[in-house]
Structures are given as C-alpha cells and as structure tokens.
Design a protein around this ligand. Sequence first.
Ligand code: M6R
Length: 357
Amino acid sequence: GLAGHADYMGKEIEEQPETAARIIDRLAPSIADGSLWASLSVPAFERVAVLGCGTSLNAGRVIASAFGALGDVPNSSLIASEASTAIVEPRTLVIALSQSGETADVLRAIDDLDLGTSSLVALTNSDHSTLARRADSMLNCHAGPEIGVAATKTFVAQVITGVAMALSALAATRRIDRDYARRQVDDLRRIPDLLAHAIAASQKAIPPLIDEIRDAQGFLFLGRGSGVVYAAEGALKLKELTYRWAEHYPAGELKHGPLALVEAGTPVVVIDSGDRRIESNIAEVEARGGRVIRIGGAGSTVPALGLSLGTPMPGGIDRWGPLESVVPLQILARDLALALGRDVDKPRNLAKSVTVE
Ligand code: M6R
C-alpha cells in the first residue's frame, strides 16, 4: 500500500536511498574479487552494447559509459526499437535493460539481432520475465515492486547494479586492479547518503520554484559529458508527468539551434557534472532572460549535489555521473505535475509495461 504517501511515485522516490543501500550491501562483497561477474558465466568480451527503452535506456547509457570511463572498453547504446538492424561485432557483451522484462521493443530487438558469438545479459527487476528467460544470463536489479508508471527507483537500482557488474567484469578480466575496484566500491557506498541528502534538499528547494514555472509551455534540459544522460532522464520525466514539452541537449549544442527557443522566463534545467564549460552555457541562457534551474555545482538550486562524482578521474572523466542529481529531476517533474492536477502514478496514454511495438 501507500503507507501514508500521497502517491506511489512519491513513495518510490523516497525509497531510493534504502533500495540503493540494500543493493550495494548485497553486491559489494562480490565486486572487486570478480565473483559477481564469474557467477554470470559470460565469455570474454571486447566491447559493450546496451539496449533498452525510455528510462531503462538511460540507465543503460550510464552503464555503457562506466565501462568506457573505468576500463577503456569501447561501448555503445542502442534504442531497442531501432536496434534490429544494428551490426553486433563479435565478442560484444550485450546488456538488455528492462525493468519489467516484458517490453516488446526489447524482446523484438534481442530476437532480431544476430548475436553470433556475443553474449546477452539481461538486467531486469523480474526473475521470471520473458527477457530473463531468453537471455544467456541475467542480473536482477532488486528494486522491489514499482507501481508508478514513471520509473524512479528502478533507474537507480539498474545504474547501481549495472555499475557493480561493470566493475566486477573489469576486475575479473584484469582491465582494472582490485585496489582500484575497491575504491570504486567505497564510492558506491556513499550513494545512499547522497540520495537521502538529495531528497531532503530537493523537497525544500523545488516547491518554491513551481509557481514560477507553472505556466511554462516548454522546458530545456542541458548537460555535458555524463550530465547529458541525466538531462535526458529529466526531460523524459517532465514530459511524461506534466504533459509539457521538454527537450534535452548536450549543452554545447545550445548555440547551434535550441538557444533560439530561449526567451524571458523559459525554464532551462542545467545539470552540472563538473565540466566548467557549462558556465558559459548558463551565461548564454541568462543573457536571454531564461530561468536557469541549476542542478549541481556552485550556486546549485538544490545545494550540494554532484558529490557522487567522487575522486576526479584523469582528464576530468567521471564514471557513473552525478547519480543523485536524478532525484531533483524526479521531484521537479512530480511537483509540477501535481500542481497541474495530473495523475502522477498513471500519466495519460502510457502504460507501466509496454507490450506492443
Ligand atoms: O519495463 P521497461 O524498463 O522495459 O520499460 C521501459 C520504458 O517503457 C520505461 O522506462 C518508461 O520510459 C518509463 N515510464 C519512464 O518513466
């Protein structure tokens, strides 16, 4: 049941720190020694491709980049509904992500793809799903039941489980050493607190913004590097829940087109994942009177986000992005949707599990 919450989405947002802690506690002992990876019995791989739809695709994109940032593994992501003609090179680790494990576009993609010597791992929230049965091996993200149509805690659960798998795979195949893997696990262990902090800070910082953006018809979401996928996730949540137009862009693309959309009061949500060039993009928006809602970094609308970036990597590359920044994005979409009188658990036209192509 709702256990005192107004809706399932609100409940599921608040469950994220506990869900994350449970997953990390369970997986942590088997990451750095490679045993998590060994338990999946996956053959040697040279590259990684992830596929999924919607929020699961976004989680997959985070996981694919983690393979690249942590272990220099070439990686790509495929939109499941467009994947059937993709060429999968030999010795690719293919990871199919689906919370339900029943998404028709994902099942169709894995049927159509010629996997040859490549191996398919399913990352799902259901052991008994069709995807779990059809894959060579499977990893359950153990998010617990998610009732709201909007994927919230399953995103966090997929990212953590997928990053844990990536670390374990990289350690098992000696692309990273165990000490390095252990330090990454220490950083993963900070995530539950960062999520809890993000919830508390967002619940204070977001409601006062809602009046100001209530009548906005369009929203831009910008990020750079690892922030781009969080921008995508924020725009997806906003569209799905509020029925307002929202687009995401890599911030560097702003002046190549979308800047023309910005006028006085246009809400522009900027995810700061540590690339200093974001400052000039913010200045470009503010010069046109755009209303910047900054997530992370100095002057963040929601204070002290971006800490999960952890120890900076050489060249400023980060690993799984500012994961806790998804929280203010979820809360922004939910609060605005509620202010507009939307049903946040059952957005119009959408289903929790999309079993048609
Ligand atoms: O069950 P799946 O993870 O395969 O579902 C994929 C998408 O339909 C899903 O993530 C959708 O985008 C969410 N409603 C977004 O909040």
